[in-house]
Design a protein around this ligand. Structure first.
Ligand SMILES: *[C@@H]1O[C@H](CO)[C@@H](O)[C@H](O)[C@H]1NC(C)=O
Ligand SMILES: *[C@@H]1O[C@H](CO)[C@@H](O)[C@H](O)[C@H]1NC(C)=O
Ligand SMILES: *[C@@H]1O[C@H](CO)[C@@H](O)[C@H](O)[C@H]1NC(C)=O
Ligand SMILES: *[C@@H]1O[C@H](CO)[C@@H](O)[C@H](O)[C@H]1NC(C)=O
Ligand SMILES: *[C@@H]1O[C@H](CO)[C@@H](O)[C@H](O)[C@H]1NC(C)=O
Ligand SMILES: *[C@@H]1O[C@H](CO)[C@@H](O)[C@H](O)[C@H]1NC(C)=O
Ligand SMILES: *[C@@H]1O[C@H](CO)[C@@H](O)[C@H](O)[C@H]1NC(C)=O
Ligand SMILES: *[C@@H]1O[C@H](CO)[C@@H](O)[C@H](O)[C@H]1NC(C)=O
Length: 873
C-alpha cells in the first residue's frame, strides 16, 4: 500500500518534472504581416497572400495594408473581429468577389482602397454599413457601368471618390445622382479608351474641388464638348485630363475646347495623350479668354500639324495671360517653337520647362518673354552654347525676370552665364545648382551688373577659384558641395550684404581667423575637413546667430571645448546641429567621442587659472627669496663679492708678475668722512712727521684719481701691510668704510687677522652694529682694540701703542705717493729715492699686538658662517 502510494507519487513527480514539448508551428511558418505602432498597424504588403490572414491580425488594428497581393475574395470572417479598423488597403489584388456582410463590423472604416482589382460590379451592399467613409478608391475594376446605387447618398462624409474602369464604355445621365448633395474634394472617373457614349449632364451633379478625367475621346471627340459644358459655371481648383487622345491625333476642324471659356478652375492639367499643333492651338485660343490661370502639359506626345498654314501674326497666340505655364516631360522640344514663334510666352509670369531637353534657344525667344518673372529651365541637360549665343543681343530682354532657375543641367561656364544674364536688370535669384560649373578652367573675372541677391550653386565642381566669379551683391549664397578647399577672404569683405551662407560638404581645411562678414546671420560649415574651430574664428561676424559645423574631423582640444562651452552658454549663436554631428577625430584616444562628452580638465584649459596659479607661485617664491635676503643681507654680500671678483680680475690682468707680496704702505687707514679732520690733524702728523716716518694710505690723498674707487680700495689694501680702522658712530654708516671693512675681512681669511688694527675714536655700542660685522663686534666685545683717549696726557701713550702695533716703519718698499704717473701698460711706476728693496715679507709683530690677534681658526670659522647664504643663492 505504502509502496503503491510512493510509486504513484514518483510517477506524478516524474511527469511533472519531465519537460513538456509543444509543437511550435508558428515559429516555422513565416509571419505575413508586420504588426507595429502598438498593435494598431499591420503591414502585409506584397506578401503573395491569396487570402486575408485573419489569424495574424490582432483586434486592436486600426489600419492594415494588404496591397500588392493575390487576394481574390473578401469573406465575411476576414475583418469582422477588427471593429476598430479605420484604414483598409486592398489595391492591386485580384479581388473579384466581396461578401455582402464583409464589412458588417467595420463601421469605423474611413479609408477603403480597392483600386485595380477584378470586381465585375460595384460592391454596393458590402459598402452600405460604411457611413463613415471619407476616402473610397474603387476605380480600375472590371465594371461595365459606372452607375452608383442610391445607398451612396448616405456617405455624407465622403471627400475622395475614384471610380470607373477600362470596361466602362460611357456615362449616363443618372449615374452620379446619389452624389447630388455631397461636397467632394476629389472626384476621378475612368472610362474605356474606346468611349462610346456620354450623355449630356452626366457629371453636372458632381460637386468637387479637384476633378480628374481618365477618358480618351479618340472615338468620340464631341463628348469633350459635353463634358466641358457640365463643368461650366462651377469652381474648381484643378481639372485634369488624362489621355485625352490616347491613340490618335485629333484631326477634326471643330473647336472641341470651346467649352473651356466658361470653366472656372485655377489650374488645368493635360497628362499624357497625344497633342498636335492644331489641338494645342484650339486649347490655347480658348485659354486666352478663360479665368484659368495655370496650365500644365506633362508627358504629352507632341507633334507638329503638317496641315497648319501660317497666316502670320494673326494665327499666333499672343494674349495667353497665365500665371504659370509648366511644360514637363515633353519628348518633343518643338513644342517650345509652337507656331514657330515664342509669342505664347509673352504674358506668362512663371514659365517652367523641365525634362524637355531642348538644345537651342534662338535669340528672338529672349525678347518675347517680356512678362516673365520666373523662368525655370531646370532638368534639361542644357549646355553653355545652347543658351548663350554671343551673336544674340540680350540688352533690354527679360525686363521683369526675377528668378532664373538653371538647376540640374550640363552648364560649365559661370562666365558665359554672367554674360547672358548681365542685361536682365531685375534678376535677383539665380539657381545654378547641380551643374558642371568650374569643370573648365576660367581665369577672367565675371561681371554681374544686376543686383543678384540669391546665388545658389551647390553641387558644382567649382573649386576655390570661383570666388573671383561670384556676384558680391548677394544676401544668400549656397556653395555647398562645390569642391572648395579654402575661402577667399577678399570676397567676403566685398560681399557686405551676405546674410546666409551655405558651405556644407566642401573640403575646407581651415577657418581663417580674419574672416570678416559683418552681416552674416546663418552659416553652414558642416561636412568639411577642418579640425580646429574657436571663438576667434567667428569674431568678425557680429550678427551670426545660427551655425552648423558638424561632421568635421575635430581635434579635441581645450580651444574647441571652450568654443562649445561659451557658444552654448552665451546663446547668441545657435549651433543647429549640436550635439549629434560633433565628434572628435583627433587625438586618437578620443576618436569618435561625442564632443558633448569630451571634458578636458578645468585647470588644464582655463588659461586664466593657469596664469593666476603661476603668478601666485612666482610671487610666493620671490617673497620667500626677498625674506631670505632680508634676513641674511644677501644683496650686500652679493654686491661685495661681485666687486671683489671684478677688482681681482682687473688686478690680475694688470699685474702680470706676482709682486703683490711687497707692500707699498705700512698701513691703510679706513675712516669715515666725519673723522677726516682727526686723521689729518692728529693721526697723520704723529705717524708721518717722524725721524722714521710711516707710509700711510688715506683715500683723500693716495687714491689714484680716475681709477675706480673699489679698485683703489682693493689695490691699496692689498699693498698695505696693516689696516687701521678708525671707528666711530659714522664709520658704520659709510658705504665705503663698509667695503673696506669687508675687504679686510676677506683678506684676513687668506692670511691672518693680525693685520687689522681697530682704533675706537668714539665709544661704540657693539650691539648697535649690523650683524654682518660679527668679527668687529667680537673684537670690540673682547677689547682687542685701541681706544682714543680724550685726555691729552693719555694720547701720547696711544701713539706709542699704535706705533708698536704698526711695527718699525722702514720695512716697506719705498714708493713715494707724491710723484707718480702711469706707464703705457697702466701699471704704477715709482720715482724717488729707493729705500731698501726686497724687504722681508714677514714682519714680526710686537708683543702688544698680540692683543689684536685673532684666533685664526675662529676667524675662518666665522667667515665661513657668513659665506653660507651666498652659497645658498
Ligand atoms: C463586432 O464588434 C463587436 C465590438 O464592437 C464585438 O463585440 C463583436 O464580437 C464583433 N462581431 C464579431 C462577429 O466578431
Ligand atoms: C485573377 O482571378 C481570376 C479568377 O477570378 C483568374 O482567372 C486570373 O488568372 C487571376 N489573375 C491573376 C493575375 O492572378
Ligand atoms: C491593374 O494593374 C496592373 C498592373 O499595373 C494592370 O496590368 C492591370 O490591367 C490593372 N487592372 C485593371 C483592372 O486596371
Ligand atoms: C470601339 O467601340 C465601337 C462600338 O462602340 C466599336 O465599333 C469599335 O470597333 C471599337 N473600337 C476599338 C478600337 O475597340
Ligand atoms: C454659365 O453662366 C453664363 C453667364 O454667367 C451663361 O451665359 C451660361 O449659359 C452658363 N452656362 C451653363 C452651362 O449654365
Ligand atoms: C530650381 O529647380 C530645382 C529643381 O527643379 C528646385 O529644386 C529648386 O528649388 C529651384 N530653385 C529655386 C530657387 O526655385
Ligand atoms: C542695385 O542696387 C543699387 C543700390 O541698391 C541701385 O542703386 C542700383 O540701381 C541697382 N541696380 C539694378 C540693376 O537694379
Ligand atoms: C536653435 O535652432 C534650432 C533648430 O533650428 C531650434 O529648434 C532652436 O529653437 C534654436 N534655439 C535657439 C535658442 O534659437
Amino acid at each position: 500500500m505504502i509502496c503503491a502510494v510512493l510509486m504513484f507519487s514518483g510517477l506524478l513527480m516524474g511527469t511533472l518534472s519531465s519537460p513538456t514539448v509543444f509543437p511550435t508551428s508558428s515559429s516555422t511558418e513565416k509571419k505575413p504581416c508586420r504588426i507595429y505602432n502598438n498593435g494598431r498597424s499591420a503591414d502585409c504588403r506584397g506578401q503573395q497572400l491569396y487570402r486575408v490572414p485573419p489569424r495574424h491580425l490582432p483586434p486592436t488594428l486600426e489600419d492594415i495594408d494588404l496591397s500588392y497581393n493575390e487576394i481574390n475574395a473578401v469573406h465575411a470572417s476576414d475583418f469582422q473581429h477588427l471593429p476598430r479598423l479605420q484604414t483598409l488597403q486592398l489595391q492591386y489584388n485580384n479581388i473579384s468577389h466581396i461578401d455582402n456582410n464583409a464589412f458588417q463590423n467595420n463601421t469605423l472604416l474611413e479609408h477603403l482602397d480597392i483600386f485595380n482589382n477584378s470586381l465585375l460590379e460595384i460592391p454596393t451592399v458590402a459598402l452600405e454599413p460604411l457611413f463613415n467613409l471619407k476616402k473610397l478608391f474603387m476605380s480600375n475594376n472590371l465594371y461595365k457601368h459606372a452607375t452608383l446605387a442610391d445607398s451612396f447618398s448616405k456617405f455624407v462624409k465622403l471627400q475622395i471618390l475614384s471610380m470607373g474602369g477600362p470596361l466602362v464604355m460611357g456615362l449616363k445621365k443618372k449615374d452620379f445622382y446619389p452624389l447630388k448633395s455631397i461636397k467632394l474634394h476629389t472626384f476621378a472617373i475612368k472610362c474605356s479608351s474606346n468611349l462610346s457614349y456620354y450623355e449630356p449632364e452626366s457629371l453636372k451633379v458632381v460637386q468637387t474641388t479637384i476633378m480628374g478625367f481618365d477618358m480618351a475621346v479618340d472615338q468620340l471627340p464631341s463628348a469633350l464638348h459635353n463634358m466641358l459644358h457640365d463643368l461650366a459655371n462651377k469652381s474648381f481648383q484643378v481639372i485634369q485630363f488624362r489621355n485625352l487622345f490616347e491613340f490618335t491625333y485629333y484631326l477634326g476642324k471643330d473647336d472641341i475646347f470651346q467649352g473651356l471659356r466658361n470653366v472656372k478652375s485655377q489650374q488645368l492639367i493635360f497628362h499624357r495623350g497625344k497633342f498636335n499643333e492644331n489641338l494645342l492651338r484650339m486649347a490655347l485660343m480658348n485659354l486666352q479668354v478663360t479665368p484659368i490661370k495655370r496650365l500644365r502639359l506633362q508627358y504629352i506626345d507632341f507633334a507638329r500639324s503638317p496641315t497648319f498654314v501660317d497666316s502670320g501674326v494673326g494665327s499666333s497666340i499672343t494674349n495667353l495671360a497665365l500665371d504659370n505655364l509648366d511644360l514637363w516631360y515633353i519628348s518633343n522640344p518643338d513644342i517650345l517653337r509652337f507656331d514657330w514663334r515664342f509669342t505664347w510666352f509673352k504674358k506668362i509670369k512663371h514659365l517652367s520647362i523641365q525634362h524637355v531637353y531642348f538644345n537651342s534657344v534662338p535669340c528672338d525667344s529672349w525678347s518675347e518673354m517680356e512678362g516673365l518673372e520666373i523662368l525655370d529651365v531646370s532638368n534639361n541637360r542644357l549646355q553653355n552654347d545652347y543658351v548663350f549665343n554671343q551673336r544674340c543681343d540680350y540688352s533690354g530682354t527679360m525686363p521683369n525676370l526675377h528668378t532664373f532657375n538653371m538647376s540640374t543641367n550640363d552648364l560649365t561656364s559661370l562666365k558665359d552665364l554672367s554674360s547672358l544674364t548681365r542685361e536682365f536688370s531685375r534678376m535677383q535669384v539665380f539657381d545654378l545648382s547641380n551643374n558642371k560649373l568650374g569643370s573648365t578652367q576660367e581665369r577672367e573675372d565675371c561681371i554681374w551688373k544686376q543686383n543678384i541677391t540669391h546665388f545658389i550653386a551647390h553641387h558644382n565642381p567649382l573649386g576655390s577659384n570661383a570666388f573671383n566669379c561670384l556676384p558680391t551683391t548677394v544676401h544668400y549664397l549656397d556653395l555647398s558641395y562645390c569642391n572648395l578647399d579654402q575661402l577667399e577672404m577678399t570676397y567676403f569683405r566685398k560681399a557686405t550684404n551676405l546674410k546666409h551662407l551655405l558651405l556644407s560638404g566642401n573640403k575646407i581645411k581651415f577657418i581663417p581667423s580674419k574672416w570678416e562678414s559683418l552681416s552674416l546671420q546663418f552659416l553652414a560649415l558642416d561636412g568639411n575637413s577642418f579640425g580646429l574651430i574657436s571663438k576667434e574664428s567667428f569674431q568678425h561676424m557680429p550678427q551670426l546667430s545660427e551655425l552648423s559645423a558638424g561632421n568635421n574631423p575635430y581635434h579635441c582640444t581645450c580651444e574647441l571645448h571652450a568654443f562649445v562651452e561659451d557658444t552654448l552658454s552665451e546663446g547668441k549663436i545657435n549651433l543647429t546641429d549640436w550635439p549629434l554631428n560633433y565628434r572628435c577625430y583627433h587625438p586618437e584616444p578620443f576618436l569618435n567621442t561625442f564632443i558633448s562628452k569630451y571634458f578636458p580638465g578645468k585647470v588644464a584649459c582655463d588659461i586664466r587659472l593657469v596664469i593666476t596659479i603661476s603668478v601666485v607661485v612666482t610671487a610666493a617664491v620671490i617673497m620667500v627669496l626677498v625674506l631670505i635676503c632680508y634676513i641674511f643681507d644677501l644683496p650686500w654680500y652679493t654686491k661685495a663679492t661681485y666687486q671683489i671678483i671684478r677688482a681681482k680680475y682687473r688686478a690680475h690682468k694688470e699685474k702680470a708678475v706676482g709682486e703683490m707680496e711687497t707692500f707699498t704702505y705700512h698701513a691703510f687707514i679706513s675712516y669715515s668722512h666725519s673723522d677726516a679732520d682727526w686723521v689729518r690733524d692728529q693721526l697723520l702728523p704723529c705717524l708721518e712727521n717722524n725721524r722714521n716716518p710711516y707710509r700711510l694710505c688715506i683715500h683723500e690723498r693716495d687714491f689714484m684719481p680716475g681709477k675706480w674707487i673699489i679698485d683703489n680700495i682693493i689695490e691699496n689694501i692689498e699693498s698695505s701691510r696693516k689696516i687701521i680702522f678708525v671707528l666711530s658712530r659714522h664709520f658704520v654708516n659709510s658705504e665705503w668704510c663698509n667695503y673696506e671693512l669687508y675687504f679686510a675681512q676677506q683678506r684676513a681669511m687668506g692670511k691672518t687677522f693680525s693685520d687689522v688694527i681697530l682704533v675706537v675714536k668714539e665709544p661704540i655700542d657693539p650691539s648697535s652694529l649690523p650683524s654682518k660685522y660679527c668679527k668687529l663686534k667680537k673684537m670690540l666685545s673682547t677689547k682687542t682694540y685701541l681706544e682714543w683717549p680724550q685726555q691729552p696726557n693719555q694720547q701720547q701713550f696711544f701713539w706709542a701703542q699704535l706705533r708698536s702695533v704698526l711695527g718699525k716703519p722702514t720695512e716697506t718698499q719705498d714708493r713715494p705717493h707724491s710723484i707718480r704717473k702711469r706707464n703705457s701698460e697702466g701699471r704704477i711706476s715709482v720715482i724717488g729715492p729707493p729705500v731698501e728693496k726686497n724687504m722681508p715679507k714677514e714682519d714680526m709683530p710686537d708683543a702688544d699686538s698680540k692683543d689684536l690677534e685673532f684666533d685664526e681658526g675662529n676667524g675662518i670659522e666665522l667667515s665661513n658662517l657668513r659665506q653660507i647664504p651666498i652659497m645658498v643663492l
